[in-house]
Design a protein around this ligand. Structure first.
Ligand code: PLP
Length: 446
């Protein structure tokens, strides 16, 4: 690890980070984006890994359906809809002069069953993977038996002897807390100062132990990991490094294929797909993008969006230091209304995987998150939490920055924009209580 002075020097040598340090809204185009065919053999995870995760989720479907009847309509799969949002597209074009052609869609992970956020993918997957490992080790699941047996009182009692711990800004704790409690585990969620009170309350009401920290996310993770490591029967879900979490997110891409076909969306040389995903530590947007690149290769263009006060993945990738740099090293506070994105230090693992795959990163001011939220409510009658609304910075700004215009030219996309599709990845919102929604709707920042 470099010392503080060296980190500062490295950051100051990167012009885009000097602008980020001034809290400017900006876009960064990744200079290391590589043709997928040459990037693919170098990646540590593969399509086989995603398919393995997909099959595991299918094996657990009978159990999920039994514990969470709301998943019955999808036979125990936790999946969200892809909705065209032409009203929002028109509203963005009018309000922000965005000039967005083609079609704009919303991927409503905000409405995923059980956890109401994108974390229902990675978080739940990792708990299930660990459960399968433990069950196999202790002869709980017999060959060919339905996973429904995991819902028996006897098996729940077995899992009560084990603990799951996780550090969270809120939503990850909710997905892991709710699923772990359903299996029977003792659960401890270590929550950073940014976590919203209602999320802590909801978890406690499910029997989850919530430990609160006055410090930021990285500190909550560090403490959680330490406490978990001291207990041999405790498993720590490591949001910063977990390959399992990442693969749980990546399954989204496989499921999207059929949804795009249903919407009669082609993705090929003449029909580019642009995806915009809010980014915290990087696992969710990284996993989803990784899956999309495996399937659509060079025809999909993945952009992350981060708050101007917490652009940790930008700091890590643009400096090349990955998890060796934090937003505090840039002089930023890391404080943002986007609680799901309030992360000061990125996942080094994700930064490495995304290096040849990511198209770029937008940053967005907190005030705009509420404006986008109201615009979506008014135009489409869909509610998202502020963090999720960061996604709209992509479609709003793609055709405005010189850097993105240059990107479109360099990739011969400019003349194809009228047949492009854009997906704003809505990462959370359906569990937000009514009174908090009202508060959000009336929040106007200068
Ligand atoms: C966690 C979260 C994200 C980002 O996921 P990371 O894995 O932390 O990058 C985005 N939006 C919401 C609402 C989230 O809760």
């Amino acid at each position: 690890m470099l010392n503080k002075e060296k980190i500062k020097e490295a950051a100051e040598a990167v012009p885009v980070l000097k602008r980020a340090a001034r809290e400017e809204e900006l876009v960064w185009i990744n200079p290391d984006l590589t043709e997928f065919a040459s990037a693919k053999p170098e990646l540590e995870l593969t399509m086989d890994d995603i398919e393995d995760a997909e099959r595991r989720l299918e094996r657990f479907a009978p159990f999920i359906m039994k514990c969470f009847p709301e998943t019955k309509p999808r036979n125990g799969l936790i999946e969200s809809v892809l909705s065209p949002i032409p009203g929002m597209q028109k509203a963005l074009n009018e309000a922000y002069n965005s000039h967005l052609q083609g079609r704009l869609f919303l991927k409503q992970d905000s409405h995923l069953a059980i956890a109401g956020s994108v974390k229902a993918r990675g978080g739940i997957y990792e708990v299930l993977k660990h459960t399968e490992d433990l069950a196999a080790e202790h002869g709980i699941l017999k060959e060919g038996e339905s996973y429904e047996v995991l819902a028996s009182e006897e098996n729940k009692a077995f899992f009560r002897g084990y603990t799951i711990q996780v550090g969270s800004t809120g939503n990850l704790g909710m997905s892991i807390g709710i699923m772990s409690a359903a299996i029977g585990y003792e659960v401890i969620v270590h929550m950073s100062a940014d976590a919203k009170q209602w999320k802590k309350d909801l978890l406690r009401s499910r029997g989850v132990t919530v430990m609160e920290y006055a410090s930021d996310y990285s500190e909550a993770v560090k403490n959680g990991r330490k406490l978990s490591d001291a207990n041999p029967k405790s498993y720590f879900v490591d949001d910063e490094n977990s390959r399992n979490l990442f693969l749980g997110y990546a399954v989204a891409a496989k499921r999207l294929v059929g949804q795009l076909a249903e919407q009669k969306v082609s993705v090929d040389k003449e029909h580019p797909l642009f995806v915009y995903i809010p980014c915290g530590v990087g696992g969710a947007p990284g996993g989803v993008s990784f899956g999309l690149k495996q399937i659509f290769g060079d025809y999909v263009h993945c952009f992350f969006v981060e708050p101007t006060q917490a652009p940790c993945m930008l700091a890590g990738m643009a400096s090349g230091l990955n998890s060796g740099i934090s937003v505090q090293d840039l002089g930023l506070t890391g404080l943002t209304h986007a609680d799901g994105l309030a992360v000061g230090r990125p996942s080094g693992f994700v930064g490495g995987v995304m290096k040849p795959l990511l198209s770029g990163i937008f940053t967005v001011k907190d005030s705009l998150l509420y404006d986008y939220m109201r615009l979506l409510l008014d135009s489409e009658d869909i509610f998202l939490e502020p963090s999720a609304c960061a996604a709209f910075q992509g479609p709003a700004r793609l055709l405005q920055y010189p850097e993105t215009k240059e990107y479109l030219t360099a990739h011969q996309l400019t003349e194809k924009m009228d047949q492009a599709s854009h997906i704003a990845w809505a990462t959370g919102g359906s569990l937000v209580p009514e009174e908090i929604r009202e508060e959000y709707k009336n929040t106007y920042l200068g």
